[in-house]
Design a binder for this molecule. Structure first.
Ligand code: KIV
Length: 282
């Protein structure tokens, strides 16, 4: 284990310090290595792989086996960051027993060091059961993509009415009490993100929840400009990789068609002139 390895205690200890935590998803070894080398603290194999890797419309079809497969890919390269496995739709909602069993699979079979699940008050009993079993848990409140069939949308801003805000604070306090070591807060107004952050003693990790959270989350494909079909307001693009990839691929097609690739510098040459003469005679 590296000496600066991220652990739940270290994450908790960052609350109220200058250090802002970072969480990004990775689904394979290439991105896992990029994220770890960049110093991302929490590396999540998120169920967003349903859309970004598997091509589904939402996260609902993702299975525990899918998350385990991608955890194994990322596990081989991540050293410092904490590797977190997302609990897919219906892997934890049914009962405490199912929740512990499936979270345990992400740890034992996938190599996760913690799990994340969507839910507040309603899932507190599962968070408590997992924590008691020795599984560190991050909860995810505010907009919850696994509830897309109920809400009909992914990115509605939560917390615009007073009752919503009360419920969000209740959710945050319930997951803290149940033993979660951090909570992702998705798509709430700045003042609500601030209020939630001040209301609990575990770190808040905001995705569209303003600058007062203890850490920040984005979807890596959004941050890099790889996913361009839809852009939530909070998704700042730090690069335009979709354009770079598109133009590189078109350059390849053009150069192959005009026979300018492969050129001399990208081809192997025989060093032995005699062998060359012999080959020509064949
Ligand atoms: O699945 C995912 O990638 C997530 C993050 C956006 C937090 O849940």
């Amino acid at each position: 284990m590296t000496s600066d390895k991220v652990t739940p205690d270290w994450v908790r200890a960052q609350k109220g310090t200058e250090k802002k935590l970072t969480l990004l998803p990775a689904y394979d070894a290439t991105f896992g290595a990029f994220l770890d080398q960049a110093g991302i603290d929490l590396i999540l194999v998120g169920d967003s792989l349903g859309q970004l890797v598997q091509g589904h419309e939402n996260t609902l079809p993702v299975t525990v086996d899918d998350i385990i497969y991608h955890l194994r890919c990322v596990r081989r390269v991540v050293k410092r960051g904490m590797l977190i496995g997302d609990m897919p739709f219906l892997s934890f909602q049914i009962s405490k027993e199912e929740a512990v069993r499936n979270a345990g699979r992400l740890i034992k079979e996938g190599g996760a060091e913690a799990v994340k699940l969507e839910g507040g008050v309603d899932e507190a009993d599962k968070i408590q059961a997992m924590t008691r079993a020795g599984i560190p848990v991050i909860s995810h409140i505010g907009v919850q993509p696994q509830s897309v069939l109920l809400t009909g949308q992914f990115r509605a801003s939560r917390g615009k009415a007073l009752d919503d805000v009360r419920k969000l604070i209740e959710d945050a306090r319930a997951v803290e009490k149940a033993g979660a070591f951090a909570v992702v807060v998705e798509a709430v107004p700045i003042s609500v993100g601030k209020k939630i952050t001040e209301s609990i003693s575990i770190p808040t990790l905001g995705i569209g929840a303003g600058p007062h959270c203890d850490g920040q989350v984005l979807v890596t494909h959004d941050l890099l400009g790889l996913f361009t079909a839809f852009k939530p307001k909070f998704a700042k693009r730090y690069a335009q990789l979709a354009e770079t990839i598109d133009s590189a691929l078109k350059d390849f097609v053009r150069e192959v068609n005009e026979s300018s690739f492969p050129d001399d510098t990208h081809s192997y040459h025989l060093k032995d002139d005699h062998l060359l003469e012999e080959i020509e005679k064949l």
